[in-house]
Design a protein around this ligand. Structure first.
Ligand SMILES: Cc1cc2nc3c(=O)[nH]c(=O)nc-3n(C[C@H](O)[C@H](O)[C@H](O)COP(=O)(O)O)c2cc1C
Length: 235
């Protein structure tokens, strides 16, 4: 009886081990790495997404990383012609309408081809940076990332995993006085959930303003780097 139990346990262990190694080595996945901080070398969110990517690469040796730097991508605000093009059935679009949607199509292809996303998001005026909102306006497309086919909204970007690495100057933890000023995480959770991305992790580094008042950067970032790296490793 006892021997059987031990054998059972061993079998189960081997099977889990097999599944893990299978997952790790046989599927080549793609990570889409999106940044939106204008501060580059001084940016906390860029440093943390960089650490995520480094860790992810070492646990996905055959994986592919696609970089999309929103501060180096020129995106116009949505105009009436763009809306007209997006709501014209694909087969009926004229060449000018196709051209209007070209950047949106490129950005959508990046999203569709990736298995996982990591976003660097600085809080700007209690919300997401303008460049990220401009990008969201390009990728929220009827028939591509959402539909109202049966009268109810349906997200079409399914089976994806997203990590949002947010940096805020102040502290907006739940239960604090400032919590209701945080429109970054609730907004991203809602809009990505609407598009079908429900497997989303939010890692927030609050209080980065301390770095402007003499706080040591490495000491400040160390615990946040650890959280990001361990999340990337297990992802
Ligand atoms: C234009 C601008 C607006 C900001 N607005 C806010 C804000 O509303 N609340 C806040 O706590 N911090 C605010 N900050 C501070 C940033 O959230 C903080 O510096 C954070 O570290 C930015 O991320 P980054 O280091 O990746 O750029 C703002 C910073 C900038 C540059």
């Amino acid at each position: 009886m006892r021997k059987r139990h031990v054998l059972d346990l061993m079998n189960r262990h081997m099977s889990i081990k097999h599944q893990l190694s299978h997952r790790r080595f046989s599927h080549t996945s793609t990570l889409l790495h999106i940044n939106s901080s204008p501060l580059y070398g001084r940016s906390v969110s860029r440093q943390l997404t960089g650490a995520f990517v480094t860790q992810w690469k070492s646990s996905h040796p055959d994986g592919t990383v696609v970089d999309r730097d929103l501060n180096a991508t020129s995106i116009s605000p949505i105009a009436a012609e763009w809306v007209g093009a997006a709501y014209t059935p694909e087969e009926a679009r004229n060449p000018q309408q196709k051209e209007l949607l070209a950047l949106s199509d490129t950005l959508l292809a990046e999203l569709e081809q990736a298995d996982e996303y990591v976003f660097g998001v600085p809080m700007h005026n209690f919300g997401v940076p303008t460049v990220l909102k401009l990008w969201i306006d390009q990728i929220a497309r009827v028939g591509r990332t959402f539909s109202y086919a049966d009268g109810t909204p349906k997200g079409l970007l399914t089976g994806k995993k997203a990590t949002f690495i947010i940096a805020t100057g102040g502290i907006y933890d739940a239960q604090t006085q400032m919590a209701s000023f945080n429109f970054v995480e609730p907004y991203l959770r809602s809009v990505f959930g609407f598009l079908g991305v429900t497997d989303a992790t939010f890692l927030t580094t609050g209080g980065t303003a301390a770095l402007n008042y003499g706080q040591d950067r490495d000491a400040f970032l160390a615990p946040h780097l650890q959280v990001v790296q361990s999340h990337a490793q297990t992802n």
